[in-house]
Structures are given as structure tokens and as C-alpha cells.
Ligand binder design. Structure first.
Ligand SMILES: [Zn+2]
Ligand SMILES: [Zn+2]
Length: 234
């Protein structure tokens, strides 16, 4: 190859860390990963929120009816992790799937390896939204994690109506916004007892709870949540 062409391609197409631009084939370098505020114990045993001491339910989740067994996340939704998720979702850097799924896998190993899951599921998007973005980030993460854990992904959930972005809504409207948004597809008989549900960010837990409710109605017994990031409300 012409050396000028090669230099040109190297500059524009070499994989770089999306945060610091250092050459890195995973698109997110170890130095940047090390700056993420990881969620470590003590936490709320239910929703996984960092706490001063280990509690069964915290102020954020104790008055909420949430339909899953517990939720765990890799790190706080801020700085590097937030920027990486934004690049992944909104700037369509699909190549981040592998490295982000590895972060999910770390949380899985720490919290869920002894739980036997029949299926890994993901929070779905409407067909229209998925076509607009070109992919569903939670689906990509779930499928990558499925390869790492050798647990199948069945795609039991579908999103049947558009909802307003949860971010732009008052807390009181967020739950209502999701009612009836998700449905089950496929064979109920195949929906095994234990399901691991994947999403990118956990905020109120309403989205994953609504999805859990649909899975429970269709044969699942327990739904566990795993997300990359955790956004703290209060
Ligand atoms: Zn970096
Ligand atoms: Zn909690």
C-alpha cells in the first residue's frame, strides 16, 4: 500500500479510545476504565444503589413496587462511563460493545455466577427507534454477554408503543409513561424460571421493572437486573 495512503488510514481509522483518543483497539483504554467510579459494597441489597451500610431496601426503592429480585450495575452514570455510553448509543460507536460487555461480565461474575439463568433478555426498543439508531445497545450487550456466559438470548420482549424519554419526565410521570409499552413474544413454555435482564442505565428501575412484569406474566419466576451504569436520583 502507498505509504501516504497508509499514514492517512492510520490517522483516521486506527482504533482510538473514545475518551482520551489514545490508540486502543477496544475503543476504551484501561486508564480510562480505571477512572470509572465502580459500585462496590456497601450497597442496597435490592436495587444496588451505593449506601453507607448494607441495607435490604434504600430510601430510593423501599416504597416502590418493583418486579425484579435485585439489580446490580458496574459503575456510576457519570464522567467516563457516561461519556462511553453516550458515544455507544448516540454516536453509534458499535465497536464499544465488546469492552462494555466485559464490564457487564465483571459484575455478572461478582454477583450472579452462582445463579442459574435460563435466558438473558434485554430491554427492547420499538422497531422504529431501532431502525433510526441502527441497533439496540442493550441487545448488543446482552448478545455479547450471552457468548461469554453461554446462556441463550431469546428476545422474549418487544416494545409495542413509543414512550417519551424517561429523562425528560417528572418522577411521578415516569411510571405511567411505561404502562403497556412492552409485550411478550415467543413461546411462553420456553420462558424459563430465572431470567437475567440487561439494560445500559438504571435510573428509577421502572423500565426494567415493567419488562420484568411482562416476563413474570409469561412464565418467568425470577428476573434479575444487570446494567452498565447506575444513575443516582437521591
Ligand atoms: Zn482512554
Ligand atoms: Zn434500593
Amino acid at each position: 500500500m502507498n505509504k501516504f495512503l497508509k499514514a492517512f488510514l492510520d490517522i483516521f481509522f486506527s482504533p482510538k479510545c473514545v475518551i482520551c483518543s489514545k490508540l486502543d483497539e477496544k475503543f476504551l483504554c484501561e486508564n480510562c476504565i480505571n477512572t470509572i467510579s465502580k459500585i462496590e459494597k456497601p450497597i442496597c441489597q435490592f436495587c444496588g444503589k451505593p449506601a453507607l451500610r448494607s441495607v435490604d431496601r434504600c430510601i430510593e426503592c423501599r416504597d416502590e413496587k418493583l418486579y425484579f429480585i435485585k439489580a446490580r450495575s458496574f459503575g456510576l452514570y457519570e464522567t467516563v462511563l457516561k461519556d462511553a455510553i453516550v458515544e455507544f448509543k448516540y454516536n453509534h460507536i458499535k465497536s464499544l460493545t465488546e469492552v462494555l460487555a466485559q464490564l457487564l461480565y465483571k459484575v455478572y461474575q461478582k454477583n450472579y455466577e452462582n445463579d442459574l439463568f435460563n435466558s438473558i433478555e434485554f430491554v427492547p426498543m420499538t422497531r422504529k427507534d431501532k431502525n433510526l439508531r441502527g441497533f439496540n445497545q442493550s441487545e448488543l450487550l446482552a448478545k455479547k454477554l450471552a457468548k461469554m456466559t453461554k446462556i441463550p438470548v431469546n428476545g422474549f420482549l418487544i416494545k409495542v408503543r413509543n414512550t417519551e424519554s424517561q429523562m425528560g419526565l417528572q418522577l411521578s410521570q415516569r411510571r405511567k409513561n411505561l404502562v403497556g409499552a412492552f409485550n411478550f413474544q415467543g413461546d411462553k413454555g420456553k420462558c424459563g424460571s430465572n431470567i437475567l435482564l440487561i439494560d445500559d442505565v438504571y435510573t428509577t428501575g421502572y423500565t426494567v421493572s415493567e419488562c420484568s412484569k411482562v416476563l413474570l406474566k409469561n412464565g418467568a419466576k425470577n428476573v434479575y437486573i444487570l446494567t452498565l451504569a447506575r444513575s443516582i436520583l437521591m
